[in-house]
Design a protein. Structure first.
Length: 123
């Protein structure tokens, strides 16, 4: 096996562990109205800080996730976590702007994205 294949297998295995043990994080990038300067939304950005590797670039782990169909679990995790964050902010009486979430086309085709947020409270 070549080094690139081994590396992809390592990344896939470690990413599966990260999903299962909640080692991922969402960072929220503000979106502002350039004319008023007001906050009009946020974009949820997935981040992975591996214990040994440090910060793993999404440009490295997203393609591996798409090849191994981990992207479906990853998308579910992002949707679930963003919804939980929004609920938490709401319970703290914080005004929550619209939150954008990027979904892989692979995940969108496999699952019904529209129904996923509605089931968050059930999990």
């Amino acid at each position: 096996m070549d080094t690139a294949t081994v590396n992809q297998i390592d990344i896939a295995n470690e990413l599966q562990l990260a999903i299962n043990t909640n080692q991922l994080q969402l960072h929220y990038q503000p979106k502002a109205d350039l004319q008023t300067g007001l906050l009009v939304g946020m974009e949820a950005l997935l981040r992975w800080n591996h214990a040994k590797w440090g910060a793993v670039s999404p440009s490295l782990f997203i393609p591996v996730a798409e090849k191994n169909e981990l992207i479906i679990q990853l998308g579910d995790w992002v949707i679930r976590q963003a919804c939980l964050d929004i609920i938490s902010w709401s319970e703290a009486n914080l005004v929550t702007p619209c939150v954008a979430i990027n979904i892989s086309p692979i995940r969108a085709c496999k699952n019904n994205c529209v129904s996923s947020p509605g089931t968050i409270g059930e999990r």
